[in-house]
Design a protein around this ligand. Structure first.
Ligand code: ATP
Length: 259
């Protein structure tokens, strides 16, 4: 099942007396266990689209299925609960809680989501995630005692803590130098493959675009192109452009052990 389906989605903002059409006639499916990038110039609607997919905001019209659930039918409390359990978020400004340690930042969504983990299971999960992002030795550091790249690693561990089926990342490398950005992309790629999660990014960063399986191009609030790469294990990915709003053959990239 595709983790995200949008049908005829539109979103306007009201700015003073002016109607700002942010998204128009959005029809797209995000494929499972892929690295999908939303690409487009500033103001094209990438963040608005991520906010809709992430159930942070609601469209004005259209249909939105996340993990098979018609999320627009959920009341606000149920929607927040759904979001906390099923979706992880990574932001360009990291959005870590400054008074909490790296360990506590990763643990926090587990406490909020009501996942039935006891204290020992929680500790094991947090330690495993910090280990996976290479920060076992920084567990007690607060965000202010970490570099930008290390903060983003904590944010990635936090996003994965509740074992979401979908991780959304809004320009995750925008505040990192290109070397650190490349290592963050590599880490997200590794985590996506190992945990079989679907990742959706918004980005201008050519490094992020180069790492994508699928690229959804947006301009002036409309999808202008959907490009899906076919992967075969052990082969170099070849581009296979797919016309807008036609859904290409899905070949999930299950590459465990090959990274
Ligand atoms: N809260 C808001 N109120 C009014 N207009 C908004 C609001 N948020 C976004 N917009 C407008 O909606 C359009 C899409 O904005 P959005 O932030 O989604 O674009 P973006 O592609 O993410 O841009 P960037 O790459 O600069 O972050 C723009 O015209 C923007 O000015």
């Amino acid at each position: 099942m595709n983790p995200v389906v949008l049908r005829n989605v539109a979103k306007h903002y009201r700015l003073d007396a002016v109607d700002v059409p942010a998204l128009t006639d959005i029809n797209v499916e995000i494929h499972a266990e892929r690295f999908t990038v939303l690409s487009g110039p500033s103001g094209s609607g990438k963040t608005t689209l991520l906010n809709l997919i992430g159930c942070i905001d609601r469209p004005d019209s259209g249909e939105l299925l996340v993990d098979g659930q018609e999320v627009l039918k959920l009341k606000d409390d149920a929607l927040s609960d759904f979001r906390a359990r099923r979706i992880g978020f990574v932001f360009q400004n990291f959005n870590l809680l400054p008074v909490l340690s790296a360990y506590e930042n990763v643990e926090y969504p587990l406490l909020l989501s009501g996942k039935a983990l006891n204290a020992t299971q929680r500790r094991e999960r947090v330690r495993a995630l910090l280990d996976a992002v290479g920060l076992s030795d920084k567990a007690n550091n607060r965000p202010g005692q970490l570099s930008g790249g290390q903060r983003q690693r904590v944010a990635i561990a936090r996003a994965l803590a509740t074992e979401p089926m979908l991780v959304l990342a809004d320009e995750p490398t925008a505040n990192l130098d290109s070397h650190t950005g490349a290592s963050i992309i590599e880490l997200m790629r590794k985590m996506q493959r190992e945990l079989r999660v679907s990742f959706v990014f918004s980005s201008h960063d050519p490094q992020v675009l180069a790492a994508a399986d699928d690229v959804i191009s947006i301009r002036d609030g409309r999808i202008t192109d959907i490009r899906r790469l076919d992967h075969a294990v052990g082969t170099h990915p070849q581009p296979s452009p797919v016309p807008v709003q036609a859904h290409g053959h899905q070949q999930a990239s299950r590459l465990e052990g090959t990274a």
